[in-house]
Design a protein around this ligand. Structure first.
Ligand code: TXA
Ligand code: MG
Length: 397
């Protein structure tokens, strides 16, 4: 857990990591694998190095970066000397670090440059679990700032090839460490527990589920006289009509995000569609309107295919009749399985992979069926709602 010792799996990895460290030390960016998604790293404590992250990704400068550490002593170096983490934070760090959890801490502004925090009084920190990421940071010996290694607005990369496709031609990426396919497949959960009410606010759902957070905090009851804190999840939910304009999310969540180069439509199905959905007329055409179109399954397939000879992508869980229907129409549909209903972690892991591989197969549009908003399904739905924007349909299955 202390993570101070570099961990190398073999000499080839060791050499690759040493060369990555060389580039980083000379203030260049390097792409590397984490268990969530690939990251684009630069020295966190050097403003001129960190600036290159923004220019390479085309990232807006008001969107702060996560600082990655490999040990708790690195964490201490980022925070004001007077600060001690709450019992809840200690519990979460013990339970989920290293792993896909990012926590907000008060920042020591004399140490962390404002470009990292976008001027916020807090810094987001995470200790990744991927052995290559851990060895990279430990060998570097200083914290590594890293957003996902995609061009701003695109789905996050879960394989080295995705990074190359997005950033390879920028001329700004001297090195990419290939660590295979990311096991979690979408980004870390971002939690803010710094409020005076002691509640833990999930600013971005991610690899650590809300259920797991709540379960880990259950151990806290009574100990140190501390109360089990509340866990709050705020999501602006278009479909539920739950417009919480002031709901706290990360600064990054206000941007269009996670969208591949082809349009994406989110499909709700009547069995699970909340009753609050209104407007089952035929307005809009999916994009741009506020009316959600509702059709029966056969009509849906006919209508999508009408007037074009192109192919369409369909992503859904194995039990979905939409998926089997797409499989039967192979000449027009590319079916992409999100795994079984019972394993939402699989859907989360395959989401960006599916969007990116269907884009590469030149489909005209990608349809993604909703998954249940529980466990990893919450993060899945958070990302796909942003990718689809207002392009929503209801299909009777
Ligand atoms: O899994 C992950 O977190 C990946 C891997 C590479 O570690 N990184 C990642 O970074 O997703 P990025 O930059 O794509 O997303 C960081 C999110 C953004 O939504 C940003 O607004 C938020 O974290 N964030 C960063 N610093 C923050 C702060 N001080 N307060 C609130 N939100 C913050
Ligand atoms: Mg990102």
């Amino acid at each position: 857990f202390s993570g101070d010792e570099p961990i190398y799996s073999d000499p080839e990895t060791e050499n690759a990591i040493k060369s990555a460290v060389q580039h980083l030390t000379e203030r260049r960016v390097v792409a590397f694998p984490t268990e969530t998604v690939y990251g684009l790293g630069a020295l966190a404590l050097d403003a001129s190095a960190a600036t290159k992250i923004f220019s390479t990704k085309g990232r807006p400068s008001d969107n702060p970066l996560i600082v990655h550490i490999s040990s708790l002593s690195m964490l201490d170096s980022l925070l004001p000397p007077s600060y001690t983490p709450s019992p809840a934070y200690k519990t979460l760090m013990r339970a989920f670090w290293p792993g896909p959890l990012t926590l907000l801490f008060p920042v020591d502004p004399s140490c962390v440059p404002p470009i990292i925090t976008a001027g916020h009084p807090t810094v987001a920190v995470r200790m990744p679990a991927h052995p290559v990421a851990r060895a990279l940071i430990a060998t570097l010996g200083t914290p590594l700032a890293a957003p996902s290694a995609n061009a701003s607005g695109k789905p996050s990369p879960t394989r080295a090839a995705h990074v190359l496709r997005d950033l390879g031609s920028t001329g700004r990426l001297p090195l990419l460490l290939d660590g295979g396919t990311c096991a979690v497949g979408l980004e870390s959960t971002v939690v803010d527990g710094l409020g005076e009410d002691g509640a833990l606010r999930v600013l971005r759902p991610g690899g650590v589920t809300v259920e797991a957070l709540v379960a880990a905090l259950g151990d806290l009851d009574g100990r140190d006289g501390s109360q089990r804190p509340r866990v709050l999840v705020h999501q602006r939910d278009f479909v539920l009509g739950n417009h919480e304009v002031n709901a706290p999310t990360t600064p990054g969540m206000k941007y269009r995000h996670y969208a591949p180069g082809v349009p994406v439509t989110l499909l709700y199905t009547t069995t699970t569609t909340p009753l609050e959905i209104n407007g089952d007329g035929d307005g809009g055409g999916g994009d741009g309107g506020s009316t959600i179109r509702r059709v029966e399954m056969d009509a849906f397939f006919r209508e999508v295919q009408r007037g074009t000879s192109g192919r369409f992508g369909l992503m859904a869980q194995d039990e979905s009749p939409l998926l089997s229907r797409a499989r039967r129409e192979e000449s027009r549909w590319v079916a992409f399985s999100l795994g079984g209903n019972a394993e939402p972690a699989r859907a989360a892991q395959r989401l960006f992979e599916g969007l990116l591989s269907l884009e590469e197969q030149c489909v005209e549009r990608i349809f993604v069926q909703e998954v249940a908003e529980e466990r990893e399904g919450l993060a899945f739905m958070n990302r796909i709602k942003k990718a689809a924007g207002t392009s929503l349909r209801i299909v009777d299955i």
